[in-house]
Design a protein around this ligand. Sequence first.
Ligand code: AMP
Length: 215
Amino acid sequence: MRIVFLGAPGSGKGTQAQRLMADFNLPQVSTGDLLRAAVADKTELGKRAKVAMDAGELVTDDIVLGIIAERLSQDDCSDGFILDGYPRNLQQAKDLEPVLAEIGQSLDAAVLLDVDMDILMKRLTGRRTCSKTGKLLNIYFSPQEKLDAVTAAGGELIQRADDNEETISNRLSVYREQTEPLVDYYREAGLLKTVAGEGEIEEIYTRLRETLGLG
Ligand code: AMP
């Protein structure tokens, strides 16, 4: 199975991709995660990407193309993958085609996780990661006992550097202007599948699996 996940920042792409990855043994290829790793390692590429990331802008197409081509050519992607956060604009969607042709693969579906704007804002401003386990939580939506458990275990609730309000509004407008046109692009290619992305994570996951014909 080769899937692209579309959806605004905060639509739950990462969470749902992680579920599919665990249940179907598919690698989740997230350009955001790969870029954050490069920034943390202070690589040359990470240094170039950081300024755009901190501002909520897109990193240049050539940087992400290099990252994605390298990642998709690794062995664990040969039986399928979930692309989370790539492509982010029309140029990247076009860039992806020769990369897939090179490894003899093509996409099975582009999944759009559809979520209202006000819910997106709360999901993004409330998002935290446990410093010990890497588990994703939300100060507005996670049960209080789960939030308390993090601190009780000596962990901290960390907010991503690009999850502040200014950067978030910028990321949402970048999404509307640059990424949303991909919905039509994949609809015209006959690959678009839309999943309502509101409600409990489990509920959304069930809808997602049904939409993908995964039972
Ligand atoms: P994400 O974790 O997917 O929300 O990505 C975090 C940030 O990484 C984005 O705001 C962009 O600055 C950058 N980024 C991630 N994926 C891409 C991409 N495909 N193209 C350009 N920039 C990206």
